[in-house]
Design a protein around this ligand. Structure first.
Ligand code: HAM
Length: 407
């Protein structure tokens, strides 16, 4: 039996990288004042239709949607933001004049065409910050991703854009629609549909003809209102002052409909076509749109599978103890000792009796720092043979001396 198409097990080296990444990302998130939240993987389908957007590919084509036994229309989450916003509202956090910051990680599901770096089940690490309207928070969110990627030694390019607000976006959309109507016949089927459903999504269409036509399209950043322009300029200034290199991509609109103002994407050029390793932006209208009190918000998510592909693990130092004996009596004698050590340190006990040479080889293979052995002499004299595999030093000890040494 195989895992389903587009889904995979994470084990061995990949699992080590997964935990290594989570450790670094969670610690950085905590340092920035974020606390952990875990929301359900299954939610009402309407949550995603309303937040990610009815016209988006994610909702239109990629949802793992079904009717449960109680007749409810539910769906496996395709992303993390909507669930955290739902949690924020249902816990009435929107009623408190306070800022809340949450981080989360876990599986997401999109019924996409699988290819290298693109899965149907994948994992995200994300952060969502509520209640902060200042563009300094947009900068800080980008700074955090930069800090995570720097700590992991992962090179990236950063693209930013501003999607404007309720004041400037409608007039931009109108100009864009006029431009698109003129060229309608030459656009792909999807873009023809988008003119009425979601015109700005034509800007990042992958169709070559559309790409050429849209080069002439009005550019979003040129139509920002004064407020959005000021914030976008300040964001750029802060990034420059802090040596975070970026380019402005006026066609960056993101695949989810909830964004306004800042939007950004981190891309690796070592991954091929699926190079986006993180994305996010501001979504000031979403809380209100889902029934809460108006609350500004900004966040991001990192794609963990893509990060795992880029991580080079540091050399692991030798760790813990490997125990083995020459015969069954020796193995049984080691049991209480191993239990004692496992209270604080890693200890592996081999149950099968073997010669010292075989145990030393096995201890080396599991990267243990010490190999502890009971042979015939040790059994007779009530002692232990211990080798420090790093320092290459050997000793004979009584059990008492051994426990003393551990302290
Ligand atoms: P997103 O850009 O759709 O944003 O996804 C974020 C990251 O998840 C992508 O940059 C990519 O690394 C990874 N990813 C997406 N789809 C797949 C896939 N099929 N296979 C493997 N990795 C994938 C969001 O999901 C937003 N919720 C981010 C956000 C949080 N915005 C505000 N707050």
């Amino acid at each position: 039996m195989k895992a389903l198409r587009g889904m995979k097990d994470i084990a061995f080296e990949e699992a080590k990288k997964y935990l290594y990444f989570l450790d670094i990302a969670s610690n950085i998130a905590k340092n920035y004042g974020f606390s952990y939240v875990e929301t359900p993987i299954l939610e009402e389908t309407s949550l995603f239709k309303r937040s990610v957007g009815n016209s988006s590919d994610i909702v239109n084509k990629e949802m793992y949607q079904f009717i449960d036994k109680g007749g409810h229309d539910v769906c496996l989450r395709p992303e993390g933001t909507a669930g955290v916003v739902r949690f924020f509202i249902s816990n009435k956090l929107d009623r408190v004049q306070q800022k809340y910051k949450f981080f989360y990680y876990g599986p997401m599901f999109r019924y996409e065409r699988p290819q290298k770096g693109r899965f149907r089940e994948f994992h995200q690490f994300g952060c969502e910050s509520f209640g902060e309207a200042s563009v300094l928070e947009d900068y800080t969110i980008i700074e955090m991703i930069d800090a995570i990627l720097k700590k992991l030694n992962i090179a990236y390019t950063l693209e930013i854009n501003s999607l404007g607000c309720n004041e400037c976006m409608p007039s931009y959309k109108e100009r864009l629609v006029n431009f698109l109507e003129d060229k309608k016949e030459k656009l792909c089927q999807d873009c023809q549909r988008r003119i009425t459903t979601n015109p700005i999504r034509t800007l990042d269409c992958k169709n070559n003809d559309c790409k050429t036509i849209l080069q002439e399209a009005p550019k979003l950043p040129e139509y920002l209102c004064n407020n959005c322009k000021k914030d976008f300029e300040l964001l750029q200034k802060l990034l420059k002052e802090n040596n975070i290199t970026f380019t402005i991509n006026p066609k960056l609109v993101r695949g989810l409909d909830y964004y306004n103002k800042s939007a950004f994407e981190f891309v690796s050029n070592e991954l091929g076509a699926q190079g986006a390793i993180a994305g996010g932006g501001r979504y000031d209208k979403l809380v209100e749109y889902l029934g809460g009190r108006a609350t500004p918000a900004v966040g991001f998510a990192i794609g963990i599978e893509r990060i795992i592909d880029l991580i080079k693990l540091p050399n692991e130092p030798r760790e813990g103890f490997y125990f083995g004996a020459m015969n069954d009596e020796g193995v049984e004698k080691l049991l209480p000792l191993v239990k004692e050590i496992r209270k604080n340190k890693k200890a592996i006990l081999e149950y099968t009796p073997k010669k010292l040479k075989a145990h030393l080889k096995a201890a080396d293979k599991v990267n243990a720092k010490y190999c502890v052995f009971i042979g015939e002499d040790e059994l007779q004299n009530d002692t232990l043979w211990l080798k420090d595999l790093e320092q290459k030093e050997e000793k004979i000890l009584t059990t008492q001396e051994f426990l003393q040494m551990l302290k």
